[in-house]
Design a protein around this ligand. Structure first.
Ligand code: GLA
Length: 468
């Protein structure tokens, strides 16, 4: 994931300044730089809590931003090689899971939320792969087709290997992986850091990590969701790193999704072992469950970054328990939170409304933005909320959310809350209406929001027109 790298300390402020000082910047670039620093402060990505690897990543991001600002202003390009590398960290720390995956939150589908154990089988998996391709959801980014619990037989074979359930997966997982790969997609599987999985119908991987990781790699598996049931009271940190090591040894890049439910605050340690970590208990298909998962996940925003994401659980969009507006809120919050976008409905038979949510390219682009900074709840007043987070190109993603069940509300996003400098003029793009909201906005924007609904915007500073 991050691999062996040189960590650059003492960190951002010095390197950033040396970067700024190394070329002749236009005013626009300085505005952008100030804006960026401010956004960074608000999101407190840095220093106090972030690991040195994310700090190194941030240094690169900062320089990229400034270089782009310089280009935008037609000034001489900035040399963004930091002039003064103050110190090379002696500890060339290698992430245990250096698999290079998860540079953006994963996108795909999983069997659990719709099918649970009963409907899980190879026909559903194959047909889902077909549907992802034919509906163009695959082209929109949904690449992983993930089998959840209840895919294996109740016992290991004579050699101790996991084997697919003969009734529901009669052709085995390797054949399924080959099929999914032939469609240009990737296959995910599920196991558990305990003696049995949560449904208790198949063995878990505790004590069999290397053997199971090898099996998964030999089948061509691309993603492992690793659950937390029946764990014999052993702490997660005694169990999850074992599978990380085993996956590394197995030699195939396998996205590692820690499903530890947030019990032991995995945001604090998950990045060393996995590509994402669940921060919550299981979601269900209700408004209350959905917003509470978003809230619990939001607390850990500072820990998310490319290669390691907070995971508030899979999507319920299209499963029927919420209104269309509520599902739009669900998708918007997951997108701005840089959550994995793992579809949990039956994509073979989804409605047009469901499709229009899941396939919204503008919202997906916020989730997949290369800056990889999780948005936060920046203002809350009763049931009115403003969520915001920085995007590449000095843009800002904003969700204004009305949590009231009956009353509409006019909700204002103030620049002061979302991290834009006072006086910044922006253009506002509405990502659900697919149009630019009329005019130029300075210092705030106010939007009417229906009950249990949201509006989602991308704000783009009008830097160049101001400079001209
Ligand atoms: C746990 C997980 C769920 C699902 C089930 C399967 O509850 O959190 O996402 O995988 O197990 O049994």
């Amino acid at each position: 994931m991050w691999g062996p790298r040189l960590h650059l300390i003492p960190r951002v402020p010095i390197l950033f300044q040396s970067c700024v000082a190394s070329s002749d910047f236009g005013e626009g670039a300085h505005v952008a730089a100030r804006y960026w620093l401010r956004v960074s402060a608000i999101n407190s990505l840095l220093l106090s809590s972030a690991s040195s690897s994310s700090v190194s990543w941030f240094v690169l991001a900062s320089c990229t931003v400034v270089a782009r600002a310089s280009r935008a202003q037609q000034q001489p390009a900035a040399s963004c090689t930091p002039r003064r590398v103050v110190h090379v960290e002696e500890e060339h720390r290698r992430s245990m899971l250096a698999n290079g995956l998860g540079s953006a939150p994963p996108m795909g589908w999983n069997s659990w939320n719709h099918f649970a154990c009963d409907g899980n089988g190879e026909d559903v998996i194959r047909e889902t792969a077909d549907a992802l391709v034919s509906t163009e959801l695959a082209a929109a980014g949904y690449k992983y087709v993930n089998i959840d619990d209840c895919w294996a037989g109740p016992e290991r074979d004579a050699k101790g290997n996991l084997v697919a359930n003969k009734k529901t997966f009669p052709n085995g997982i390797k054949a399924l992986a080959d099929y999914v790969h032939s469609k240009g997609l990737k296959l995910g599987i599920y196991s558990d850091a305990g003696s049995k999985t949560c449904a208790k119908v198949q063995p878990g991987s505790l004590g069999h990590e290397e053997q199971d990781a090898k099996t998964f790699a030999s089948w061509g598996v691309d993603y492992l969701k690793y659950d937390n049931c029946n764990n014999g009271d052993l702490k997660p940190l005694e169990r999850y790193p074992e599978m990380s090591k085993a996956l590394m040894k197995a030699g195939r890049p396998i996205y590692f999704s820690l499903c530890e439910w947030g019990d032991m605050h995995p945001a604090k340690w998950g990045a060393a072992y996995g590509n994402s970590w669940r921060t919550t208990n299981d979601i269900s298909d209700t408004w209350e469950s959905m917003v509470s998962r978003a809230d619990e996940n939001e607390v850990w925003a500072d820990y998310a970054r490319p290669g390691g994401w907070n995971d508030p659980d899979m999507l319920e969009v299209g499963n029927g328990g919420m209104t269309n507006d509520e599902y739009i809120v669900h998708f918007s919050l997951w997108a701005i939170s840089k959550a994995p976008l793992i579809i949990g409905c039956d994509v073979r038979h989804m409605s047009q409304q469901t499709y229009d949510i899941l396939a919204n390219k503008e919202v997906i682009a916020v989730n997949q933005d290369p800056l990889g900074v999780q948005g936060k709840k920046v203002r809350m007043e009763g049931s009115n909320e403003v969520w915001a987070g920085p995007l590449s190109g000095y843009r800002t993603a904003v969700v204004v959310l009305n949590r009231h069940a009956k009353d509409a509300a006019a909700i204002t996003a103030h620049w002061d809350d979302i991290g834009l400098p006072a006086g910044t003029a922006v253009e506002a793009r509405d990502l659900w209406q697919h149009k630019t909201v009329g005019g130029e906005f300075t210092d705030k924007i106010t939007l009417d929001v229906a009950p249990h609904s949201c509006r989602m915007l991308v704000l783009k500073p009008l830097l160049s027109s101001r400079a001209n």
